[in-house]
Write a protein that binds this ligand. Structure first.
Ligand code: G3I
Length: 392
C-alpha cells in the first residue's frame, strides 16, 4: 500500500520513525576496545610512528561476508568507517523504521580490532531517504531543527563516545558545479529548510549529541589547481575563520581527496591551504582518498605505478602539514570503488578503474607501498598531533 506524501503523513512519519525516542537507551554493548590488530609493517604501522592514522571506508556487507577482506582491514587499518552505513538513507529507510545493523557491524569489528572510528555523514544533501526531502521542504525552520536534533540524537547518540571524529556536514560548498549564491553554499534541502546558518546549527546540535567526538566539516573538490577550486578554497577558509570566531564547536576539517589523473595539482597552493587551516587550530583529515586513473595507460603495471606516484606526490605535501592527523581511503581494494559506477569517471578504453591500494583480487599494489613510504618519510609532528586529538 502506498501512503500519500502529504504534510500530515510526513509529520506523523517523524513521530513514528523512532526519532521521537532517541535510540540511545536501547544501544547495544559494542564490546571493549581491544589491543590494536594492525601490523607494524603495514600503512597504519608506519603512520603510527608519526602520530598519524590510516584507514578505509568499508561496506558492511563485504565486511560480513569476506574473511579475506577482514584480514586486510585488521592488518592494515587503524581507523574505519562505513561508507554508507551511518547515512540517513540507510539508518532511516522509511518512517517508522530504523536500521542500525550495517553500522553496528562496522562498529563491532573496529572495537574488536582496536581501530578508531569515523562517523559519516550527519548532514548531506545526498543519501536522504525519499520521505525526508519533502518533510524538510514543508516543515519550516523550527520543525526542521527539531528533526535535525532528533536525527543527531538517534545516530550520534547510539554510538556516543565510540566515534573519534564525525562528519557533521558534508559537501556544503559549491564549486565544482555552478556557484549560485554569494556565500558560495551549495543548494541543499537543509539550507532551504534552515537557512544559511544551518552549518553552525548542525555543529552545535552534534556537539550536544556526542560531546566527545571531534566534529568535522568534510568537503570535496579542494585539491586540484583550477581557478574555481582556488576560489572554493578561499571561501572555505573565510567560512572556517567565521565559524571559529563565533565559537562553533568544529575541531576538524576533512579533505576528501578524490584525485583525478588528468587534473592539475599544484603542491604549493595545496600546501598553503593546509597551513591556513592548521593555523586556525583545527586538525585536518584526508577522508576519501582514491585516484581516478582515466589519464593513465591501460596496462595494469604502468597504471598502478602512475597511481602510486600521484598518491605519493599528494601525500608528501599533505603529511608535511603538522595538523594533518589521518589518511583514509574510500575503499581499500579495486573491487570496491564508486568510480566504476559514476559516468564522470569512466575510462575511454572501457577498463575498470584501479584507484585503491589493493587490486580486485585483494593483492597489494604499489599504492600501498606509496602509503607506507610516505608515512615513513613524513616529518614527525606526533606531539602536536596528540594535542589536536586530545590524547597528549
Ligand atoms: O544498497 C542498495 C541496493 O539494495 C540496491 O539494489 C542498489 C540499486 O542502486 O542501491 C544500493 O544502494 C546504493 C549504495 O551506494 C550501496 O551500493 C545507493 O543506491 C547509492 O546511492 C550509494 O552510493 C553511495 C554514495 O556515496 C551516495 O550515498 C556510494 O556507495 C558511496 O561510495 C558514496 O560516497 C560518497 C561519500 O559519502 C561523500 N563523498 C563522495 C563519495 C563518492 O560519491
Amino acid at each position: 500500500m502506498s501512503i500519500p506524501l502529504n504534510r500530515r503523513n510526513l509529520l506523523l512519519g517523524v513521530a513514528a520513525s523512532g526519532l521521537v525516542q532517541p535510540a540511545v537507551a536501547a544501544a547495544p554493548d559494542f564490546g571493549p576496545l581491544v589491543k590494536p590488530s594492525w601490523s607494524p609493517e603495514g600503512p597504519q604501522g608506519a603512520a603510527a610512528r608519526k602520530g598519524l592514522g590510516f584507514g578505509a571506508a568499508v561496506p558492511s556487507n563485504l565486511l560480513n561476508r569476506s574473511a579475506e577482506f577482514r584480514t586486510l582491514l585488521a592488518r592494515d587499518c587503524g581507523l574505519l568507517l562505513g561508507n554508507n552505513e551511518m547515512k540517513m538513507a540507510v539508518v532511516l529507510p522509511e518512517p517508522g523504521r530504523t536500521d542500525f545493523a550495517p553500522a553496528d557491524s562496522v562498529v563491532r569489528f573496529a572495537r574488536a580490532h582496536g581501530q578508531r572510528l569515523r562517523g559519516h555523514a550527519l548532514v548531506w544533501h545526498e543519501a536522504l531517504p525519499g520521505w525526508v526531502a519533502p518533510l524538510l521542504a514543508g516543515a519550516g525552520p523550527a520543525k526542521a531543527e527539531d528533526f535535525l536534533r532528533r536525527w543527531a540524537e538517534t545516530v550520534m547518540g547510539r554510538y556516543r563516545g565510540l566515534i573519534a571524529s564525525w562528519d557533521v556536514v558534508n559537501e556544503v560548498m559549491a564549486g565544482y558545479g555552478p556557484v549560485t549564491r554569494a556565500d558560495g553554499l551549495r543548494p541543499s534541502p537543509w539550507l532551504t529548510a534552515l537557512g544559511p546558518d544551518y552549518i553552525d546549527l548542525a555543529f552545535r546540535i552534534a556537539h550536544e549529541a556526542d560531546p566527545r567526538a571531534a566534529l568535522a566539516w568534510n568537503e570535496d573538490s579542494l585539491e586540484h589547481d583550477f581557478p574555481w577550486a582556488e576560489a572554493k578554497r578561499t571561501r572555505v577558509l573565510k567560512r572556517l575563520e567565521a565559524m571559529r570566531a563565533k565559537g562553533v564547536p568544529i575541531r576538524r576539517f576533512g579533505i576528501q581527496a578524490h584525485l583525478v589523473s588528468d587534473q592539475p595539482f599544484d603542491a604549493g597552493k595545496f600546501r598553503r591551504f593546509l597551513r591556513e587551516i592548521g593555523q586556525m587550530g583545527l586538525g585536518i583529515e584526508i577522508t576519501e582518498l582514491d585516484i581516478d586513473d582515466k589519464a593513465y595507460p591501460g596496462d595494469p603495471k604502468a597504471r598502478d605505478r602512475a597511481v602510486a606516484n600521484f598518491a605519493r606526490r599528494f601525500l608528501d605535501v599533505a603529511l608535511d602539514e603538522p595538523a594533518l592527523l589521518d589518511v583514509v581511503t574510500w575503499g581499500l581494494f579495486d573491487g570496491d570503488t564508486w568510480l566504476n559506477d559514476h559516468p564522470d569517471h569512466r575510462r575511454r578504453d572501457g577498463l575498470r578503474q584501479r584507484p585503491l591500494p589493493f587490486d580486485e583480487a585483494m593483492r597489494p599494489k604499489p599504492f600501498r607501498e606509496a602509503l607506507i613510504a610516505a608515512f615513513r618519510h613524513a616529518p614527525d609532528h606526533s606531539a602536536l598531533r596528540a594535542r589536536l586529538r586530545g590524547t597528549a
